[in-house]
Design a protein around this ligand. Structure first.
Ligand code: IMP
Length: 429
C-alpha cells in the first residue's frame, strides 16, 4: 500500500489524464491538489473520449473515491455542469465517490471577468491564460478576501461576503476598465442556487486523506498543469497561479510532506506549450506543424493550437530535482513516428558557455540557445507495442537517451491514446 503523485514536468498537457486513469485501477483514492478548471485531462476509455476539468480522472473507475482537495480553486457553476454532463453519459457521481473540500476557494464570475479584462489590457504582454479566473481567485485566497465552498452552507452570511468582495472588484470594473458593475444581489442568488447541488459533496477532505493514509490505502495525487508553469519555479510571469510541483501535494491536501512516497513525472516525448512565454526548442516549421497535427495538440480547455517543439531536458531535469521524481512516464512517443531524425535539447548555450539551468531573468533566457543531440527517427507504427522489445531500435535509442539525460528510469511508455497502448515497466500499486 502506497501513494504516488503524478506531476507534469513541462508546460502541462503531458497526458496526465491517461496515466491517472491507468494507475487509478489499483488506487483507492484519486486526489486533485492544485489548479482549477484551467486543467483539461483527456481520457479515452472504450473508444469514448472524456475531457475532465475539475473532477479527478478517477471518477471514470467505479468503486474509487475522487477528492478535490483544498488547494484546488473551484468554479461552482462549471463544476456543476461537468458533474451533470458526466452523469448524463452514465458516470455515477455521488457524495460517496466524489468528495470536495469545503476549504477550497471558489472562482466567481468576477474572477473570470477580471482575468479577461486584464489579459485584454496587457496587449503584447499578455500571459495567454485559459480565461477561467484562476489567477484572480488565487489572489483573493492569498489576500484573505476569497470565498470558500464552505460559505455555500450559510446563505445569510454569503450575501455580506459577496457585497464586500464586489466593493473592490466593481471599483476596478467601473473605473479602471470602464465596465458595468456586477450586482451583488444577483450574484448572491446565483450562489445560493449552487448550494443545494454542491453541499452534499462538501467535506473536510484533509480528514478523508489522513484517514486513507492511516489505513494504508493506495492514494494517487493527480497534478494539473506542469512544473514549468509553477508560480515559484516556472518561467514567471508566464505561469499559472498555483504550484504544480510535488510539494503542493502536502500543502494542498493536508498530507504530511514526509508521507509522500513516490513521485512520477510525466514527460511528453517532445514539448508543447499553450499561451505565451519562453520556449527555446519551439519549431515554427513543418516539423512543428506535423507534431501538432499528429499529436492533436489543440487545447482541451480552450481549443487553442499548442506551440510544439523538440524535447528540452534542461527544464525537465530541474523538475526531476524539484519534485523528487523517481520515475518518468514517457508520453506520446508514437507522435514522433515518421520524422527522419529526432532531436533532444541537452543544455543551453549562453554567450558561448554551456549552462544546465533555466535563467530566472527572461532577457537572459532569451539569449540562450538549445544544444541538441540528434538521433535517427523511426517509421514504424508503434501503437501496438506492449513491451520495449516491440519497439523499433531507433525508438529505443531515443528512450535510452532520454532516461540518461534525465537520470531516472521510465515507469511507462505511452504509445497511443488508449489505455491499452501503454508499455508498463513499473507498477506503483
Ligand atoms: P491560467 O492558469 O489560466 O492563469 O493560465 C496561465 C498559463 O498557464 C497560460 O499560459 C495557460 O495557457 C497555462 N495553462 C494553464 N492551465 C494549463 C493546462 O492545464 N495545460 C497547459 N497549459 C495551461
Amino acid at each position: 500500500m502506497t501513494n504516488v503523485a503524478i506531476v507534469g514536468t513541462q508546460w502541462g498537457d503531458e497526458g496526465k489524464g491517461k496515466v491517472v486513469d491507468l494507475l487509478s485501477e489499483n488506487a483507492d483514492l484519486i486526489v486533485r491538489f492544485q489548479g482549477g478548471n484551467n486543467a483539461g485531462h483527456t481520457l479515452v476509455v472504450d473508444g469514448q473520449s472524456y475531457a475532465l476539468h475539475s473532477v479527478p480522472s478517477g471518477i471514470l473507475r467505479p468503486g474509487k473515491i475522487s477528492v478535490v482537495a483544498s488547494g484546488v480553486v473551484v468554479d461552482p457553476e462549471e463544476l456543476i455542469l461537468e458533474i451533470k454532463a458526466l452523469t448524463q453519459r452514465g458516470v455515477r457521481i455521488t457524495p460517496e465517490n466524489l468528495k470536495i473540500s469545503e476549504k477550497a476557494h471558489m472562482i466567481l464570475p468576477y474572477h473570470r471577468l477580471l482575468d479577461a479584462l486584464r489579459e485584454g489590457a496587457k496587449g503584447g504582454l499578455k500571459i495567454g491564460t485559459t480565461g477561467r479566473g484562476i489567477g484572480p481567485a488565487y489572489e483573493d485566497k492569498a489576500a484573505r478576501t476569497g470565498l470558500r465552498l464552505v460559505d455555500l452552507r450559510n446563505p445569510a452570511a454569503l450575501a455580506g461576503k459577496i457585497k464586500l468582495a464586489l466593493r473592490e472588484k466593481n471599483c476596478l470594473f467601473e473605473h479602471l476598465y470602464g465596465q458595468k458593475p456586477l450586482n451583488a444581489d444577483d450574484l448572491t442568488k446565483r450562489a445560493v442556487s449552487w448550494s443545494a447541488f454542491l453541499t452534499p459533496f462538501l467535506t473536510d477532505t484533509y480528514l478523508t486523506i489522513q484517514d486513507a493514509q492511516g489505513r494504508n490505502r493506495n492514494i494517487l495525487f493527480e497534478g494539473a498543469q506542469g512544473v514549468q508553469l509553477d508560480v515559484d519555479h516556472g518561467t514567471y510571469p508566464y505561469v499559472t497561479s498555483s504550484n504544480p510541483t510535488a510539494g503542493a501535494v502536502a500543502v494542498g491536501t493536508g498530507l504530511a510532506p514526509k508521507d509522500l512516497q513516490n513521485v512520477m513525472g510525466l514527460v511528453k516525448a517532445y514539448t508543447s506549450r499553450v499561451g505565451e512565454g519562453p520556449f527555446l526548442t519551439e519549431l515554427s516549421d513543418d516539423i512543428g506543424q506535423k507534431i501538432r497535427d499528429t499529436g492533436l495538440e489543440y487545447g482541451t480547455t480552450t481549443g487553442r493550437p499548442r506551440r510544439c517543439g523538440w524535447l528540452d531536458t534542461v527544464p525537465v531535469r530541474a523538475a526531476v530535482k524539484l519534485c523528487g521524481i523517481d520515475r518518468v512516464a514517457v508520453m506520446k512517443l508514437d507522435v514522433l513516428r515518421g520524422l527522419d531524425e529526432l532531436k533532444i535539447g541537452t543544455k543551453y548555450l549562453l554567450d558561448g558557455r554551456e549552462i544546465d539551468w533555466v535563467p530566472a531573468d527572461l532577457d537572459i533566457l532569451a539569449r540562450c540557445r538549445p544544444v541538441y543531440k540528434t538521433v535517427p527517427g523511426f517509421a514504424e507504427d508503434i501503437r501496438g507495442a506492449k513491451k520495449l522489445e516491440d519497439l523499433p531500435r531507433a525508438a529505443r535509442v531515443y528512450l535510452d537517451l532520454l532516461e540518461e539525460l534525465l537520470g531516472v528510469p521510465a515507469a511507462l511508455i505511452s504509445v497511443g491514446p488508449d489505455r491499452e497502448a501503454t508499455i508498463v515497466l513499473h507498477q506503483y500499486f
